[in-house]
Design a protein around this ligand. Structure first.
Ligand SMILES: C[S@@+](CC[C@H](N)C(=O)[O-])C[C@H]1O[C@@H](n2cnc3c(N)ncnc32)[C@H](O)[C@@H]1O
Length: 261
């Protein structure tokens, strides 16, 4: 396990500032890319015997997509203001403020948990968070979760970030796990791991605007998060080559799907 550091005031401060500057997402997500692709597979494989939880729902792109399609889904996040902003757009959407390390739900109350970009933000209590996720799932329920990988992609990204940061104190930013460490974490909490996928979210190559799609040359976070981070022809060729040759090293994330046993 490796830890990434940044010049911010810690996890809560980072997410508060991040969501303060971003509009609520629409429910328009790309189902061919992370996270839509994995959310869709999980929702399609979920038994309809309980609601779905999106843990760490953020600005609501996944949550709103499934809520608008009639899936019984509840959003949870520890940033109350982003939940209030979602409620402002859609007063009927079920939302709960809470922390993944101590979930405010009874045992065995969900048939699936979606958790994209959540667990690697935990400075402490990662194992407790995974155990609590298992606790609220019905036996046979599904977990679909992503984890920042300990690999070349994220080491380069962290080095670029370090180079761009002003002098001053650094605080915990993200955990980075190898896919083996991630599998062990999930397995030890009482899950059977069904599959692991190496996923590109935002490659460090995307940071070079010359490699970005014309529609995303000027970076607009909400649009890019909905449509996916898109390259132009040259960017695509480079990223495809790198992913084909070294998927475990060039992916940003591992996505695990696992069944509660
Ligand atoms: C990478 S964002 C992902 C948002 C959303 N799942 C998506 O894919 O668009 C991670 C989210 O987890 C939330 N989060 C981080 N730590 C948390 C914690 N300990 N408990 C609950 N939510 C947390 C953050 O506020 C943020 O909204």
């Amino acid at each position: 396990m490796r830890i990434s550091y940044r010049a911010h005031g810690g996890a809560l401060d980072y997410w508060q500032r991040r969501w303060d500057g971003v509009a609520v997402d629409s429910g328009e997500i790309n189902l061919n890319r992370y996270p839509g692709l994995y959310a869709e597979r999980t929702i399609n494989a979920t038994r309809p015997d309980g609601p779905v939880l999106e843990a760490g729902c953020g600005a609501g792109r996944v949550l709103r997509h499934y809520h608008e399609r009639g899936v019984p889904i509840i959003g949870m996040d520890f940033i109350a203001s982003v939940l209030a902003a979602i409620k402002g757009e859609d007063p009927g959407i079920p939302l709960t403020a809470g922390d993944i390390t101590k979930l405010p739900f009874p045992d065995e109350s969900f048939s699936a948990v979606l958790a994209f970009g959540l667990y690697h933000g935990l400075e402490n209590h990662l194992e407790d968070a995974m155990a609590d996720t298992r606790r609220i799932l019905k036996p046979g329920g599904l977990l679909c979760a992503s984890m920042r990988l300990d690999n070349l992609q994220n080491r380069v990204t962290d080095n670029m970030a370090e180079g761009a940061m002003a002098e001053g104190p650094r605080r915990f930013h993200k955990l980075n796990l190898t896919s083996g460490e991630f599998k062990t974490l999930v397995g030890d909490a009482g899950f059977e791991v069904l599959n692991v996928n190496y996923v590109e979210n935002m490659s460090f190559l995307y940071k070079y605007s010359i490699l970005r799609h014309a529609s995303q040359r000027v970076f607009q976070e909400s649009a890019a998060r909905g449509a996916g981070y898109r390259f132009n022809l040259a960017g695509n060729a480079l990223q495809r080559l790198a992913m084909t040759m070294m998927p475990a090293q060039m992916a940003n994330l591992a996505v695990i799907t696992a069944r509660a046993v």
